[in-house]
Design a protein around this ligand. Structure first.
Ligand code: SAM
Length: 276
């Protein structure tokens, strides 16, 4: 009888975040395919599970997928795990999953930790609709396209980033989404778990030498075609009066205008308030 492929989520830091079902599956399968066998061995040792391991990582995905499928066809049940979190989410898994489906083999998800979902749910930023972009591309052209996508996104955007690249990514984002709310979620489920909130500028001031794993949650744009046009046809003076009539003070008005026009508060201050 053909076996099954289980896609098993593992903790993203705190080992208590593994589910009972995940532990049972890891105990019951014939073989565990792991992104990094040494990493998975630590997890298995912690839970006193002894099981044969086979490596399955980004650089051998294609070849190993075929080997795994052959084994499943012969009746072996296999669990696929990545180093942390949910396989297939910025981690290997996609190739063997696609091939398994093509071969009419059952593929079963075993839910558990996923960093982006946990960052999102406590971000305080809208969770109703969101777009996960994974890691931003390094290629200049592709990166610019993604940044433009984020600029126009009318839903929450989530990105993963390596700690040593976070500052550069925030600098790039600053150009396109200065006034939008962002949350940096760091070291989720670990001792130094931290959430840093603010706009990009504020975040840049707060994160000089941050280490650890991190995720960025970015608020959707509030700029609809209607709202854009509404303010485009007003002069700065008219825009100012519009909020003045609502009883807002100077500071609040500058903030509002900057937000409506997607420019920095300083720019409005310089252009308008300091005008002779
Ligand atoms: N498969 C994983 C998941 O389910 O989230 C993601 C793996 S991806 C290779 C690694 C990236 O996920 C890190 O660079 C970071 O952006 C994010 N990440 C993973 N664990 C995290 C944690 N404990 N805290 C914050 N971010 C984490």
């Amino acid at each position: 009888m053909t076996g099954k492929l289980y896609i098993v989520a593992t903790p993203i830091g705190n080992l208590e975040d593994i589910t009972l079902r995940a532990l049972n599956i890891l105990r019951e399968v014939d073989l565990i395919a792991a992104e990094d066998t040494r990493q998975t061995l630590k997890l298995l040792n912690h839970f006193e599970i002894t099981k044969p391991l086979i490596s399955y990582h980004r650089h051998n995905e294609e070849v190993k997928s075929d080997i795994l499928i052959e084994k499943i066809k012969k009746g072996e049940n296999i669990a696929l795990v990545s180093d942390a979190g949910t396989p297939g989410i910025c981690d290997p898994g996609e190739s063997v999953i696609k091939k398994t489906i093509e071969e009419n083999i059952e593929v079963i998800p075993i839910p558990g930790a996923c960093a982006m979902i946990n960052a999102l749910i406590v971000s305080g930023i809208e969770t109703k609709e969101f777009c996960f972009l994974g890691f931003l591309p390094l290629n200049k052209k592709l990166r610019k396209e993604k940044l433009e996508e984020i600029k126009k996104a009318n839903k929450t955007t989530i990105i993963y980033e390596a700690p040593h690249k976070m500052k550069a990514t925030l600098e790039d984002l600053k150009e396109v989404i200065e006034n939008r709310k962002v949350v940096l979620a760091r070291e989720l489920t670990k001792i130094h778990e931290q959430f840093i909130r603010g706009n990009i500028e504020e975040l840049l001031n707060k994160i000089d030498d941050l280490k650890g794993e991190m995720i960025l949650i970015i608020e959707a744009t509030h700029e609809t075609e209607d709202s854009k046009n509404e303010f485009e046809c007003l002069s700065l003076e008219e825009h100012y009066k519009y909020y003045e009539k609502q009883g807002l003070n100077k500071k609040e008005i500058i903030k509002k205008i900057a937000n409506d026009r997607k420019v920095s508060k300083n720019e409005i201050y310089m252009k308008f308030i300091k005008k002779p």
